[in-house]
Design a protein around this ligand. Structure first.
Ligand code: 2IP
Ligand code: CA
Ligand code: CA
Length: 377
């Protein structure tokens, strides 16, 4: 199957371009950062523009992939629903139309009277992106699209995307917050086993061009199926002491047992996708999340890349249960085709028991051993 990985990367590039456009072009930026102010302002729509950006990006990815791979059409899922309420309270289904004019007209139903904003977005939606990447072009895979399904997080770390702090200084290489933690995540998993197989992470706000001051992005990809392991990145080198990255909201008891493991120096960052990227890039060795506050679309793409590099993402509660029961076998990894029973909405796809992302199995072992001592975890 030549082409699906390239199509995922192409879709992520278009998504990243739209994410940048919304911050660069005044008519869009104003909507993105608009505060709910006076009662005479069109409040609903100002408040929802950021959601529209997310929904639209997801629809574009879905549209572009579905067009090239019709076998995937009913198997492309994402964080957002494409149902959107217009300022008049009417439901609009956001989708990519046949022409930029039609797409602009549809967007205007939600954005009216902001015609310029609707046109700018429609333009970007219909613009082709060219990939100039010889290494990527040379990748040929034998896995079939009809065996795969897709998870999309159109923008992860939306809070940082909206807040938009541009020059947050990294600490030990890891940005504690800021625009750089907003990422586009597109992952493909095996429909039958739920295993992640292809992953693309796009960083729309990787760095600024020193001359134009415009944001430039970069992307990373990974492939893991059968015995095939391929990635745009090399596995990070070993580090004797595991560097652990956590959410600022992580439980104090978890912090307390992990701190001594990493020489008293924990790292903190925003964005589940960004913390996973830190492990992928070797800026951290381990990401622990003890809560169910991430979802299938947050983890699928990074998980495929981690597997391509020899690591993975373990389902934490399950791994601790096995460990405490002294069951044999390797700790279970997250899977992406199993919704939680009797649960509605996004929660159905929560990674409920938490997770541990790793590259080096020795670090994983040390961290699980420490976490197993936390009562109630
Ligand atoms: C969020 C986002 C948050 C993260 C949360 C995700 O996704 O990545 O930053 O929390 O788990 O679900 P934290 O930053 O504490 O890790 P989104 O921005 O797409 O809602
Ligand atoms: Ca997310
Ligand atoms: Ca999101």
């Amino acid at each position: 199957m030549a082409g699906l990985l390239q199509a995922l990367v192409g879709a992520s590039e278009k998504a990243a371009a739209i994410a940048r456009l919304c911050r660069r072009e005044q008519p869009l930026f104003q909507l993105l950062v608009a505060e709910k102010t006076g009662p005479d302002r069109n409040r609903r729509f100002l408040q929802d523009f950021k959601t529209l950006a997310d929904v639209l990006i997801q629809e574009v990815i879905k549209h572009d992939l579905g067009k090239e791979f019709p076998e995937l059409l009913d198997h492309i899922h994402g964080e957002e629903s494409n149902e959107f309420r217009s300022p008049e309270g009417e439901m609009v289904t956001v989708r990519v139309c046949a022409t930029p004019g039609d797409t602009a007209a549809l967007l205007l139903a939600v954005l009216a009277p902001e015609r310029e904003a609707a046109e700018l977005l429609a333009d970007a939606v219909h613009r082709d992106v060219a990939l100039a990447d010889a290494a990527l072009a040379g990748v040929e895979l034998s896995i079939l699209p009809q065996d795969l399904a897709i998870w999309i997080d159109p923008i992860d770390s939306t809070n940082e995307y909206i807040r938009g702090c541009e020059d947050v200084a990294p600490i030990d290489g890891v940005a504690p917050a800021g625009l750089c933690s907003a990422l586009v995540l597109i992952g493909a998993y095996d429909r039958h086993t739920g295993c992640p197989v292809l992953g693309v992470i796009n960083e729309p706000f990787f760095r600024r061009d020193p001359v134009t001051r415009r944001w430039q992005g970069q992307y990373h990809w990974g492939v893991a199926y059968g015995d095939t392991r391929l990635s745009s990145l090399s596995p990070p080198g070993p580090s004797p002491v595991p560097r652990v990255v956590l959410s600022r909201a992580e439980a104090p008891a978890v912090r307390a047992v992990l701190e001594p493991l990493c020489g008293g120096r924990l790292l903190f960052a925003a964005g589940a996708g960004y913390k996973l990227l830190c492990v992928i890039l070797g800026l951290a060795d381990i990401y622990v999340l003890s809560e169910g506050s991430t979802f299938a679309w947050d983890a699928c793409a990074p998980h495929a890349i981690l597997r391509a590099l020899g690591g993975g993402i373990v389902a934490l509660a399950e791994a601790l249960r096995m460990r405490r029961a002294q069951s044999a076998g390797t700790p279970p990894e997250l899977v992406y085709n199993r919704p939680i029973d009797r649960v509605d909405g996004a929660e159905r796809w929560a990674n409920r028991g938490g997770l541990v992302a790793y590259v080096d199995p020795q670090h994983l072992e040390a961290v699980l051993a420490a976490l197993a001592t936390v009562p109630g975890l």
